[in-house]
Unconditional design. Structure first.
Length: 360
């Protein structure tokens, strides 16, 4: 009974597990290894570890040291080779000695974690980090610009009262209107740099999403489209500022509606993430994450456009400010979350928002 229990646990682990012999051959593996490397067990069992991690002497050296000294190694970086030409993925390895009942070392157990998703999320985090570095400069410039703007606006209003020529009054109305537009843009830019005062409370993400879908349903109906909600009913509550998250998802759903073709559908999917966890200063133990996916049926984007999505003031819309996505990224980042966007020309766009649930 114990053997069966241990076998079930071994095959149920979502990270890959390898048992390596003293001859550096693969003696055993779990199902996650087959999925991770896109290879059947028969293609690598009883073969050299180098089959899965080619030309990476540091991995083999660490295995040899474990066999000799019994030491453990954490966070060993490596690249796994899939059974597809030139297809590699980043991996994080933990190496431990495999001991018999007499404490003799009979092999090495390697825990293999696929780091592809985490690396992609870290890459997409860089725009937010750049915003933080520019924060002090932007705040100073914003204050310097807003002061003379107030003077320009006030002078234009006073001048308008004095001038009787109607066409000249219209010119001054344009001056006031454009000053107000610049002021709104500056205030939005300041929101990118100043720390958010989050009002955290237990939040039901489905309630947040449904309130936004009610508001935006008419916009999609005019394009003869529809929303399709695929919610995980067991999703835990999250600690979040509900109003700030509404701003994020309102922006993302509006973008999806604008991108969708006539008669298309927008999928809103919620689930628990198994491939990404978060540690914070106040909660150093990794927290489970939820994921909200927004999938549109639009034309998609090329790689060049996708790379510039979080650049402030970059927009492909005629009336866009180019600040919606950068502000959304900042709000999610302040919640210790991440945003991932994948898109291909002609195949639509998928936006994933990862948020810590508070559960461990």
């Amino acid at each position: 009974m114990n053997d069966r229990l241990h076998q079930n646990i071994f095959y149920s682990i979502i990270d890959g597990v390898l048992l390596i012999s003293p001859a550096l051959t693969i003696q055993e593996s779990n199902l996650a290894i087959e999925d991770m490397f896109h290879r059947s067990r028969d293609s690598f069992i009883h073969r050299s570890l180098e089959e899965l991690f080619p030309r990476q002497s540091h991995v083999l050296d660490k295995v040899r040291k474990v066999l000799v000294t019994g030491a453990c190694y954490h966070d060993v970086e490596a690249e796994g080779m899939r059974n597809i030409p030139s297809s590699r993925f980043p991996a994080n390895l933990t190496l431990s000695p495999y001991l018999e009942s007499d404490d003799s070392i009979q092999g090495v157990v390697i825990l293999v974690k696929n780091m592809t998703l985490i690396r992609e999320l870290e890459e997409r985090q860089r725009p937010a980090d750049q915003l933080n570095k520019l924060g002090e400069i932007a705040m100073g410039m914003a204050h310097e610009i807003r002061n003379p703007l107030g003077g320009i606006r006030g002078s234009a209003q006073l001048l308008r009262q004095e001038i009787k020529n109607k066409s000249h009054q219209e010119y001054l109305d344009i001056v006031v209107s454009e000053v107000d537009r610049i002021d709104r843009m500056i205030r939005r830019m300041m929101n990118l740099t100043r720390p958010l005062n989050l009002k955290l409370k237990s939040t039901n993400i489905h309630k947040v999403l449904e309130e936004i879908l009610v508001l935006e349903k008419d916009s999609l109906t005019r394009k003869k489209g529809r929303f399709e909600q695929i919610y995980d009913p067991s999703l835990p509550l999250i600690e979040a500022d509900e109003d700030q998250l509404k701003q994020v998802f309102l922006n993302l759903i509006k973008n999806a509606i604008e991108a969708s073709r006539k008669g298309g559908r927008i999928q809103i999917i919620t689930r628990v993430s198994s491939g990404y966890a978060v540690k914070t200063a106040s909660s150093p133990i990794p927290q489970q994450n939820i994921v909200v996916e927004i999938i549109d049926s639009g034309e998609g984007m090329d790689e060049e456009t996708r790379k510039k999505l979080f650049t402030p003031f970059h927009t492909t819309k005629k009336k866009g400010s180019g600040l919606g996505l950068p502000i959304s990224l900042k709000i999610v980042k302040d919640h210790y979350g991440k945003i991932k966007i994948t898109s291909e020309k002609g195949l639509g766009t998928t936006v994933q928002v990862f948020l810590p649930s508070g559960q461990r």
